[in-house]
Design a protein. Structure first.
Length: 167
């Protein structure tokens, strides 16, 4: 198992699969937004930004699989992004369940030099207040599913990051 993880941490297949997972998550979010009229809140948009971040990391990493320092850097960045994704996913669920109360503004909170909501409003514009996520299957909400998915992605990412430092 140990050698399998070391080998996987150095292959393009992992990054390609991660890109596909990210694209599937983004397509799912856009399906809910534009087909089912479930508008995104600011926390949902933060999640979309993090998903796009790991997709971009995956695209870049595919070109650097021959470089161990590059792989370690990309695995480290990916683990950091996945940690942030878990935190944002937990916030979505915590707000939905009433575990935390916070100000969930209609402003994305990005600096003017990184105005994704202005550049790509169809994907990154906040359109509703926080506090509700739609049901998926079996009474599981999108927030619950997102938290589980992000935890699994963090575990995989952290495991491969550690494996990338092993010889």
């Amino acid at each position: 198992m140990h050698s399998l993880l070391i080998n996987l941490s150095r292959q393009r297949r992992y990054w390609a699969l991660l890109i596909l997972v990210g694209i599937a998550l983004e397509c799912g979010a856009l399906y809910f937004q534009y087909v089912l009229d479930e508008w995104p809140c600011v926390l949902c948009i933060h999640v979309r930004i993090l998903v796009m971040s790991f997709v971009l990391i995956g695209i870049l990493a595919i070109f650097f699989t021959g470089s161990m320092p590059g792989m370690r850097l990309f695995h480290g960045l990916n683990t950091l992004i996945m940690g942030c994704l878990v935190e944002r996913s937990w916030q979505v669920l915590a707000v939905e369940r009433g575990w935390v109360f916070g100000d969930c503004a209609m402003n994305l909170g990005m600096p003017s030099w990184f105005a994704l909501d202005k550049w790509f409003p169809a994907v990154f514009e906040v359109q509703t207040a926080c506090g509700y996520s739609p049901l998926l299957l079996f009474e599981i909400t999108m927030a619950e599913a997102l938290l589980v998915i992000s935890i699994v992605l963090l575990i995989i990412s952290a495991t491969l990051f550690v494996s990338s430092w092993q010889d």
